[in-house]
Design a protein. Sequence first.
Length: 494
Amino acid sequence: MERKMEESAVRDGDTAGSEAGGEDALVGNVTKLTVSPPGYSGAPRKGHLVFDACFESGNLGRVDYISEFEFDLFIRPDTCNPRFRVWFNFTVENVRETQRVIFNVVNFSKTKSLYRDGMSPVVKSTSRPKWQRLPAKNVYYYRCPDHRRNYVMSFAFCFDREDDVYQFAYCYPYTYSRLQHYLASLERRNLPYLQREQLGLSVQQRRLDLLTITNSEAPDHLSPDREKKLVFLTSRVHPGESPASFICQGVIDFLVSQHPVAQILRDHVIFKIVPMLNPDGVYLGNYRCSLMGFDLNRHWQDPSPWAHPTLHAVKQLIMQMNQDPRVSLEFYIDVHAHSTMLNGFMYGNVFEDEERVQRQAVFPRLLCQNAPDFSFSNTSFNRDVVKAGTGRRFLGGLLDDTSYCYTLEVSFYSYMPAGSNAPVPYTEETYMKLGRNVARTFLDYYKLSNLIKDNRPTHIQSSEVKSPTGNGKDNGVGRDAVDRQREKSQGVRH
Ligand SMILES: [Zn+2]
């Protein structure tokens, strides 16, 4: 029997947010772990659940049998950094039809969570391969006296097909392999305005991809004395923030499409995109760190070529472009997902110069008009000391005052549409749609700043890329007031 259950059944749930404390045994994922009742020694029966997380982006460190109907689940901490325990992703099989269970995820490292507001884990199964969120009414989030008053998320589930393998995750997974397949399919299209390069390798020798999207044949690009505007976008520095990858893919899908806005943008602007800044962390199923346990978004000031090679490579490239007189790096946007707030929103830097502050607010304001899920009121500008090593803060200090550095955040859970109080849970599609809206907002921005004076029609009914908001005036201002208060008090980390 391959149970890894501790017979002592010590419920050693860690104190939320602290160091490992008793979790140090959780170094690997469970591998086809059959959980039979204590004392049972025969061959596993139907209904003795088999748990597995030994696959890409998988995460489950331990399972405790509580009763026939109830199991305690332990998230495997980030590799080399036991402080972070949020992302989970595992399969369950060998179920009985109509078997009802309660799973308790008992060792989250965070206390504040959108579970209190209706968020729920996602599930799929062999016969229903599309991820969906569990009904919120089956999910409970509470302080549990049995786990040192740690916060526990419990969910009830009823298995319905004996032959299905069920998979549960914190949010819609987006793996390194998925990205590789997507980029390979883009390359096969041989688009003249798309270039894919390997910018470097991770510690475990995974690809750090860089895409360049621009029409280098356009008159704007051919004039040698004209400075080229450059937009730089990165995502997945935090590996558990999978919604960032859907946004990033939405940006890319839009920019390579035949949509007239995309064509105009390619004629005037160079887009450089690093879709996965932390490929090892994503592969390993970490929430926040790299293989070696570093939060890469705290190491921009001095990344090491051996300890933080992907970050080092991206920083080198940005420094190089910043020196290049032929290009003007105007935007740097780093995409994240947020575990306690709703909507899409941005963080920017604060400056003494009021005019610069106003200029910096322009892009998020325009995005708010294009994306019904983007909130300008949630957008904030700060200079917290703890954020000093982030890409936004570091590059904000490095680049000149005509550049804008933002963190783009999106909720792991939902958004409030204009004029509504009912949160709409994000799907893979609506995350991608936010990405498309981010991309097309650059045209509004560059028209406003007079770089682009193109009067080509920019509205089409395209089957390939849906025009995200037909009326374009649904700017969500009404909605912003609704969620204004809730986030003010919430600690933020990105
Ligand atoms: Zn983040």
